[in-house]
Structure formats: structure tokens, C-alpha cells
Design a protein around this ligand. Structure first.
Ligand SMILES: [Zn+2]
Length: 400
């Protein structure tokens, strides 16, 4: 058994403990206490907390770091991504793999211990396994004019199963990209696949840009133009005439196992639906700013009692994979939300959304001892506020 004591312990499952201690055995938490055990190793002026959960990133896009400049128009960003990706047609290009490997190492160095990773190629599954980074990989499908969605999903499922780990630390499911890039039939086939795999979760980019709102409401605008340009427009597709949330709800796609990523454009009715379905919104505020879609209504998410998790999104729209930096932006956008609530979003809420809550996300007996220690200056009296004020890798160490 190993015991540690520190200036602060943040179990997330309860209030911060001043001068608390933690005991672990065989990689699992045995005890959390408000007294320092006599044989405990004293870590000194640090706060011990569960590793953070980055619930939305695209590790395979890490090679695009600093290549896609900030934009005012979302479609400009999409077009740049599409044309750059075409220059790297081989998914196992060493430049893609090396950048993704470095990104995983960077995420870990900044305190992340579980990721929700979106992948169109599944190359990141092996890299996550190699790095022993627990993850849910969402094998993302895009097809606006899918002729035979059932066979598309059947083939994708076989690849997903082959990429997953038997021990459950690396899970893979299918995920639709977004309402403007996936046909109703493909949404239905992915939903049927999810229903056939009761333990799994899925994810969809939803309510990200004003252009998405226009397209789903009226079938017009820049998305329509792009789909026609790409030769994938289908005359059979009729604009749903509702919000993207209303549309996917009509399709029967939404429930607690679906992570709704972004939600920048969500209104009160959308949030009502999400709450009634017990869903989680994954917010990536720095990315939203970079791609020109505006700021997410974070305070409304919390005020409407919707579950909120955080993600960095990819290095094509975020400067780094440090989730603590995402929390700084969240704190700026949601000054009335308690720091404790933001920290819970970055840990427990993410773990629950990804289906890993029995192992990760809090410090409680029985969970994995996947802990980080953050240096906290002596003068700090509000440790939770301090932890959302900007923590850099140099201040973080892993407790092993
Ligand atoms: Zn994304």
C-alpha cells in the first residue's frame, strides 16, 4: 500500500480536503482521509486531484498544428482543413503518426488521463494503446449521400472492433460527424449499431456554426454550396426546418449515450431537450473562437442543468491540448459558475459521458489511482479558483 499526503486533496466527489491523504493499493484507491497517515509520503505544497478528461479531440489532426489560421467564417476553416488533408492522403504518413504521438504525450504532461478521440482513420487507436492512455475512440463517419448506410456501418463496425482493446481501456464506437455531413439514413444505421452495443457511447458535432443552423433550418447557405461543389448533394434531402437538436431528436438519435459537441448555437428549447435526455454537452470554447463560430453559452448550459464536459478539440483549432487552459477560457465565459463545478466538468462529467466513471474522474475508494499533483503557492486560499486560473505542465506531476 502507498499513502500520500498533500496540502490539498480534491476528490471531486466531495469538498477539497486541506492536509488530506490518499492510500492506494494495486493501482486502486483504498482510502481518502482528512488526516495525514503517519507512514504517508508528504508531497508538500500541491493539490492532488484525479487526472483530467479531455472529452473531445482529434489526435490524428495534430500535424495541422499552427497551419490553419483563425478565421471569422467557419466554412473557410473547413475548406482549409479539407485541402490540407488532401495533401496527406496516407493515413499512416509518419508525419501524421509522429505528431499524434507527440500530442498524446503533451496531453499527459498537462494532466490528462482519459480522452475522447475522434478519428476518421483509426490510426490513433494503436498510438493511444502504445502510450497506455485510456480512451474512447469515436470512429467518425461522414457521408451525406450514403446509398447503403447499413453496409457502410457494418464494415465500419468490423474495423472498430478490431481496433479496440479486450481489457476495456481503449474502446471504439461509431460516430456521425454532423447533421450537415451525414444522411438521415446513416444516422439511423449508426443509431441501430449503438443500440446493438448497450455499453457504448457516441458523439456528434452539433449546433457549432450559424451556417449549420441555416442549412438545417432552410437547406440554404454555404453548406449547401459546399455539398454541391463536392458533388454529394442529394435532391432527396429535405431541410428539416428545425434546429439541429430538434432534427436529431426527430430522427430518434438523441439520448444519454450521445455526446453533443460544441452547442455554441443552442437555445433554451435545445437545452431543455438535452436535459430531458440526460445528455452531455462537450464544450471546446477556444476552438469555437478559432473557427469563428462565437462563444458557447456556457452559463446557460449550467443554468439549464445540462451535463457539461470539456474538450480541447484538435490542434488544428486549439494552440495546445492543455485542458487547464480550456478551463481558463471557461472561467472567463462563465464567471458565475463556481470553480468547483468547472473542475467537475473537466473530470467526473467527462468520465461519465465517456462511460469510464467506474474507473476515472474522481478520487474514491475502488477507482483507479490515476492522480495528478499540481503545485499550489502557499498564499493561495481558494485552491479551486487557482486551478482554473491557468496551470502549465511545469506545475503538474503524476502521482505514481
Ligand atoms: Zn471536433
Amino acid at each position: 500500500m502507498n499513502s500520500y499526503t498533500a496540502a490539498w486533496v480534491l476528490p471531486i466527489a466531495g469538498e477539497p480536503i486541506h492536509r488530506g491523504s490518499i492510500s492506494a493499493e494495486n493501482g486502486r484507491i483504498v482510502d481518502v482521509d482528512d488526516r495525514a497517515a503517519s507512514e504517508a509520503i508528504d508531497l508538500g505544497g500541491v493539490a492532488i486531484m484525479p487526472a483530467l478528461v479531455n472529452a473531445h479531440t482529434h489526435l490524428e489532426l495534430s500535424y495541422l498544428r499552427e497551419t490553419v489560421p483563425p478565421t471569422e467564417k467557419f466554412l473557410d476553416w473547413i475548406r482549409t482543413i479539407m485541402s490540407t488533408r488532401r495533401q496527406y492522403p496516407d493515413a499512416s504518413d509518419p508525419r501524421i503518426l509522429d505528431a499524434a504521438r507527440a500530442a498524446i504525450a503533451e496531453a499527459r504532461a498537462s494532466g490528462t488521463g482519459l480522452v475522447g478521440d475522434i478519428s476518421n482513420t483509426l490510426v490513433t487507436a494503436a498510438l493511444l494503446r502504445e502510450a497506455s492512455m485510456p480512451a474512447h475512440v469515436f470512429y467518425e463517419l461522414l457521408r451525406f449521400n450514403a446509398a447503403d448506410p447499413e453496409s457502410l456501418v457494418r464494415e465500419a463496425r468490423a474495423r472498430a472492433d478490431a481496433a479496440a482493446d479486450a481489457d476495456g481501456n481503449l474502446r471504439v464506437s461509431l460516430a456521425p460527424h454532423a447533421p450537415y455531413s451525414v444522411s438521415p439514413g446513416l444516422f439511423g444505421a449508426i443509431r441501430a449499431d449503438l443500440d446493438a452495443h448497450p455499453g457504448q457511447v457516441t458523439s456528434v458535432h452539433l449546433g457549432e456554426s450559424p451556417e449549420e443552423m441555416e442549412f438545417i433550418m432552410r437547406g440554404t447557405g454555404p453548406w449547401r454550396v459546399l455539398l454541391e461543389e463536392l458533388g454529394v448533394w442529394s435532391d432527396q434531402w429535405e431541410a428539416p426546418g428545425s434546429s439541429p437538436v430538434g432534427y436529431l431528436d426527430q430522427l430518434g438519435f438523441l439520448d444519454r449515450r450521445v455526446l453533443a459537441v460544441h452547442g455554441v448555437q443552442f437555445d433554451g428549447d435545445d437545452l431543455d431537450r438535452l436535459r430531458s435526455r440526460h445528455m452531455t454537452v462537450v464544450s471546446c470554447p477556444r476552438s469555437n473562437q478559432h473557427v469563428g463560430v462565437g462563444a458557447p453559452p456556457l452559463e446557460a448550459f449550467y443554468a439549464m442543468n445540462v451535463n457539461v464536459a470539456f474538450g480541447t478539440d484538435s490542434l488544428a483549432s486549439a494552440p495546445d491540448l492543455n485542458l487547464f487552459s480550456e478551463l481558463v477560457e471557461a472561467r472567463r465565459l462563465a464567471p458565475r459558475v463556481p470553480a468547483r463545478t468547472l473542475l467537475e466538468s473537466a473530470t467526473r462529467k467527462g468520465a461519465v459521458a465517456l462511460g469510464f466513471e467506474s474507473d476515472y474522474g474522481t478520487i474514491e475508494p475502488g477507482k483507479r489511482a490515476q492522480l495528478i499533483a499540481i503545485r499550489v503557492p502557499d498564499a493561495v486560499d481558494d485552491v479551486e479558483e487557482y486551478l482554473v486560473s491557468g496551470i502549465m505542465p511545469a506545475d503538474i506531476s503524476w502521482v505514481s
